[in-house]
Each structure stands twice: as C-alpha cells, then as structure tokens.
Design a protein around this ligand. Structure first.
Ligand code: GRF
Length: 206
C-alpha cells in the first residue's frame, strides 16, 4: 500500500475527497500525513477529525529552503511515496520537486495552460471563455506548468459569478483528483516529454 502525504493551506475539500476515495477502496493507498503551513487551516482540523497524523509546519519567517527541508523531513519520516498538493498556497523549491520527482500531484481550477496562478476562476470569467474547468498535473519547477494527468471541462454560464463558477469547478476537482491519484499509485502514468500517457495494465506490485 502506497503512502500519501497531503499538503494544504486552507479549506481542505480536495483532501476530503481524496480521503473518501481511499476509505471506499477506490484509491488503493493510505494517507500517512497531512501537513499545513497554516495553523488555522480548516483542512488540518478535518484531518484531525479523521484521526490522521495532522501537522502544522510554519512557513512564516522561514526561507523557502528551510521550510521545504522541514516538510521533506516530515514526509520522509512518514515514509511518504506520493505527495498531493490540495490547496497548498506555497511554491515548492527545486530541491523538493527533485526529491519527489514524478510523484507530486497538484490540482488547479482551470484548463491549464490557460489561467495559471491565483484567481483562475476570476481570470476565466474576465477573459470571456465559454468553457473552463480543472486540471490535475504532475508538479515540476514552474507554477502550474507540469505534465497534465486529468482535466474536466465546465461550461461558463452567462449568470455565473466567481462563486458559482468556482463551486461547479470544485465538484469536478473532487472527482478528477481521486482519478489521477489512482492512476499514479497504480503506476499507470508514463511521462513522455510534456505528454502523459496512461498505461492500460496495472503494473504496480500492489
Ligand atoms: C481548489 O480550487 C484548488 O483547485 C486550488 O485551491 C482550491 C483548494 O480548495 N488549488 P480546497 O482547500 O481543496 O477546498
């Protein structure tokens, strides 16, 4: 059984969705640790309520390298195989990305490469696109730039506000994050340049 580490900074609804998929057996893995860089993150309380190892590792007042080192140490101590960024509002340094190369997933609320960075739903509304969505991608050293694993399309309605659009995107986020994680832990993701190919057969030793 592969060990997952979750990094979050806020609400934690994607973490919850992953935890549910694991609990139902849809994703063959276990959550070894949930780490937040914010003490007041609702996601941290949700993790505690589930009886998980939930840790606050402060980022404030630390260099990126020092914070990354602390997080890497915690993940290694918990024997984490794969890392899921779930609303984690810090950019990871190259040392972190290299240590877990090909083993870090992130979820972003747009159809990347459109609208990277913050306020992706607002960017989509303001740009006038008729469709947006969400993306789960492997993390590389850029911001929202890594190879794309799964995407879901969400139509933009004329009546949409940032809130209503975000809510419909979030439903899809919860669905595709677990899908992508399942592919990753089953060893079915093959990266070919920027393209991700999904292997048909399960090759992990689970
Ligand atoms: C999600 O919209 C995710 O795409 C983005 O941050 C938000 C986190 O939401 N990266 P939650 O904390 O998982 O509820």
């Amino acid at each position: 059984m592969k060990n997952i580490g979750i990094l979050l900074s806020g609400r934690g609804s994607n973490f919850e969705a992953i935890a549910r998929s694991i609990a139902t057996g849809d994703v063959p893995a276990r959550i070894a640790v949930v780490i937040s860089n914010r003490r007041d993150a609702a996601g941290l309380a949700r993790a505690q309520a589930r009886g998980l190892d939930a840790r606050f590792i402060p980022s404030q007042g630390k260099t990126r390298e020092a914070f990354d080192r602390d997080v890497i140490a915690a993940l290694e101590a918990c024997k984490v195989d794969y890392v899921c960024l779930a609303g984690f509002m810090r950019v990871l340094g190259s040392c972190f990305v290299q240590k877990f190369s090909g083993r870090i997933l992130n979820i972003h609320p747009s159809l990347l490469p459109a609208f990277p960075g913050i306020d992706a739903q607002k960017q989509a509304l303001e740009s006038g696109v008729k469709f947006t969505g969400c993306t789960v991608h492997l993390v590389d050293e850029g911001i929202d730039t890594g190879p794309i694993v799964c995407q879901a399309v969400v139509p933009v309605l004329e009546s949409d506000t940032v809130e209503s659009l975000s809510a419909r995107i979030l439903e899809q986020e919860h669905r595709i994050y677990s899908e992508a994680l399942k592919l990753l832990v089953e060893g079915r993701i093959e990266v070919d340049g920027r393209r991700v190919k999904i292997k048909e057969t399960v090759t992990s030793d689970e």
